[in-house]
Every structure is written in structure tokens, then in C-alpha cells.
Design a protein. Structure first.
Lengths: 109, 111
């Protein structure tokens, strides 16, 4: 079935550095959603992308959907300690939702 | 507004025991799902339901049963617990095509 591959698995940055996680698929995606899970918490919805080439921003977070709708990225500018957690991309299918493996972000103050 | 409620939060089982993880949502969502989360493997779909009386298997259904007798509730049953089922379990609900709302999770240890 349709799956999404997410890289990197881990990323450790110094506070103030930028961070990017990528989500890739071998097939065209109808949509992509992004979630954040704080340590010890549950996944929380961030955003959904549906259009080819779409770019959405939430403060320091920038989400992109590729022109071919086969990849997506989440970029955080000037990370803060509050950005710590695991970021997941997810494919919303007709009846279910499949998640990437996630990128775990740690931030050194 | 409670959202998605999972119980219990923590559970320790002995190998071979059975138990039910409870999940309830008060948002009148049609779709409900169960995921397990293991280190480095993200969220893997166990079972899902698109409405009362309808359930289907996800990626890793073996060893688990579900039922959906009402819109609100979607319990997950472990028939005979095994150490490989040690994991964190999340229940989620959504409307069709919408975002998923997750419960707080159940941390299960099978010894």
C-alpha cells in the first residue's frame, strides 16, 4: 500500500539553528498531514497540505508540498527548546491514516 | 470537551493474560483507529473503523481484536498478551478527510 518514508530519524541541533524533516513517497500523494509529539505526550495535528507546490507557514514553521506531490518538508527556523519532540508526516487515505516513522528533534540550549 | 479518552494510562500484564484497552470520543467522529508506537517505528496502524458496526485491519492486526458497537467507543482487546505487545497504544478519531485527534495513550508492559 501507499507509504511515506521520513528522514532523518534523529536530529540534534543547537538552539537557534534551523531544522528540516522530509517525507517522501514513491507514488503521488493526495494529501499530507504533519503532527508533533512532545516527549511523553500524544501526537497533535499541525497542518494539512493538499495542493501541488503548496507552502504554508505557522510562525517559525514552514510546510511544503512538492510539485509532484511525492514529497513534503517541515522546516523550523531558529529552533527553540520548545520545539523538542518528534515530528510525523501522515498520509490521509480514504478510510485510514498511515504515519511516517517520525523525526526526533532535540535542542541544546 | 473531553475529546478522546483512553483508559487505563498504564498497565502491566503477564504473558497469556487478556485485557481490553478502552477508547471513547465525544466529537461524533465516524472514524476511529488504534495505533501502537515503538521506538524508531513511528505509529503503526492496528485496526480502524469508519463507523459503528464496521471495522478493518491495519498494518499490524495480529493478536488484537476490535469492535465498534457505538459511534463513541472503540475498545481494543488483547486476547493473549505477549512480550512483543509491550508498547504505547494510541487511539485516534477523526471526521472523514479530517485531522486526527489522539488520546493520551496507554503504556502497556507485558512480562
Amino acid at each position: 500500500g501507499q507509504q511515506v518514508m521520513q528522514i532523518p530519524q534523529y536530529q540534534h541541533v543547537q538552539e537557534g539553528e534551523d531544522f528540516t524533516t522530509y517525507c517522501n513517497s514513491s507514488t503521488t500523494l493526495s494529501n499530507i498531514q504533519w503532527y508533533k509529539q512532545r516527549p511523553g505526550g500524544h501526537p497533535v495535528f499541525l497542518i494539512q497540505l493538499v495542493k501541488s507546490g503548496e507552502v504554508k507557514k505557522q510562525k517559525r514553521l514552514t510546510f511544503q508540498f512538492g510539485e509532484a506531490k511525492k514529497n513534503s518538508s517541515l522546516h523550523i527556523t531558529a529552533t527553540q527548546t520548545t520545539d523538542v519532540g518528534t515530528y510525523f508526516c501522515a498520509l490521509r487515505r480514504d478510510n485510514d491514516m498511515r504515519f511516517g516513522a517520525g523525526t526526533r528533534l532535540t535542542v541544546k540550549p | 470537551n473531553a475529546g478522546v479518552t483512553q483508559t487505563p494510562k498504564f498497565q502491566v500484564l503477564k504473558t497469556g493474560q487478556s485485557m481490553t484497552l478502552q477508547c471513547a470520543q465525544d466529537m461524533n467522529h465516524e472514524y476511529m483507529s488504534w495505533y501502537r508506537q515503538d521506538p524508531g517505528m513511528g505509529l503503526r496502524l492496528i485496526h480502524y473503523s469508519v463507523g459503528a458496526g464496521i471495522t478493518d485491519q491495519g498494518e499490524v492486526p495480529n493478536g488484537y481484536n476490535v469492535s465498534r458497537s457505538t459511534t463513541e467507543d472503540f475498545p481494543l482487546r488483547l486476547l493473549s498478551a505477549a512480550p512483543s505487545q509491550t508498547s504505547v497504544y494510541f487511539c485516534a478519531s477523526s471526521s472523514p478527510g479530517g485531522r486526527a485527534f489522539f488520546g493520551q495513550g496507554t503504556r502497556l508492559t507485558v512480562v
